[in-house]
Design a protein around this ligand. Sequence first.
Ligand SMILES: Cc1cc2nc3c(=O)[nH]c(=O)nc-3n(C[C@H](O)[C@H](O)[C@H](O)COP(=O)(O)OP(=O)(O)OC[C@H]3O[C@@H](n4cnc5c(N)ncnc54)[C@H](O)[C@@H]3O)c2cc1C
Length: 368
Amino acid sequence: MDDRMYDFVVVGAGPAGSHFAHKSAELGNEIIVLEGGKIGAPLSCSGHVSLDLWEYISDKNKSKLIQNEIFGARFHVKGVDGKAHTFYKNEPISNVIDRIELDRCLAKMAIDSGVEIKERHTVIGVKELKEKVVVKVRGPSGKEELDTKMVVGCDGPNSRVRRSLKLQEPKELLHGILGFDSTVDFGNFVDVYLNVPRFFSWRIPRGNAGVEYGIAGGADIDIIGEFEKLIDSQSVQIENRCSGMIPIGPPTSVSTKRGFLIGDAAGQTKPFTGGGIVYGLIASECAANVVNSDRTETIGIYEQNWRKRIGREIEMGKWIRKGYSLPQTVQSMGLRFFSGEIGVHMDRPTSLFSREQFEVMKSSRKVK
Ligand SMILES: Cc1cc2nc3c(=O)[nH]c(=O)nc-3n(C[C@H](O)[C@H](O)[C@H](O)COP(=O)(O)OP(=O)(O)OC[C@H]3O[C@@H](n4cnc5c(N)ncnc54)[C@H](O)[C@@H]3O)c2cc1C
């Protein structure tokens, strides 16, 4: 029987949970992280991230994680055989990383700052009371209850904490599938195929880890069938497959008096790619910086701060995603206009209208 009163019980040891725990423990808080499975497993993510990731990871760990450097993307409008519109920088824009190792690395940083992480401990219920939260857990030695001043739901797209606290679900859940071909490929471009209604499929060169093919789409799409078509069109042998859900569109509130959500549980993803690793890390830091477990009103500051940091980017990302549903001729015209060298940051779609983007387009004579 654990009779401690934690400052925070964190549910889920993905990037959001481990990073929040790490940063908050550094401020002296007593924290336990409960992870239903094993850290990093099972894989259901491409691990394609902007260079901003490295603000959260030491140089020593960086070299362990990187699989490949990416300089740009080729967009294919008419299925996999269509003409490609290339967007690039003359320097790396992003990295393809070992996602399992990322989760382990962030968890180790949390442990080193004094956090206890318990794997194979699934949270089966959360009860919010006036003075505390009771977290019900099922672990290898049976069920137990933990008392905490606040609960933090970092338990991914199908968040149990979100349901228990009766918070709104994300606006949409996409289903994503990945498969890996063992061909070594250090190419510097990802391919994006605009051949799925309202989303896309992709090909990512992962260096020695092979080539990844993936697809995501809404519940109305036969995503397994579409994945098989993608694989057939590429004539490749797929060895491992995995899948996962991608929440799109954060609800208007991700918190209660003594509970709050971070990462996929809060729908903090890019609507036009589904990527959520960096947004989850940004939001974790927003929460760790301001939420004081003895002052429930500080949760409201987290709500404000994470929306200030990434809210506009998410809104802009929704507009970009609308482009996936335009007629192919209009898509081609738009892609032709913006293609070539770019000054855009992949996590900040508002940078499409930045001075840097304008200067790059001007120098490549597209804008007078
Ligand atoms: C196919 C696919 C491809 C993707 N590709 C990219 C990409 O290239 N780049 C990118 O940035 N993002 C990508 N994403 C999104 C990215 O994986 C997520 O945004 C990111 O993992 C969110 O981190 P998180 O910590 O919020 O949640 P998660 O990583 O989902 O971690 C949640 C953790 O909570 C645990 N958990 C769940 N329920 C419970 C419970 N009841 N009790 C205890 N533990 C629990 C889970 O086991 C898990 O470890 C992709 C997603 C999919 C599905």
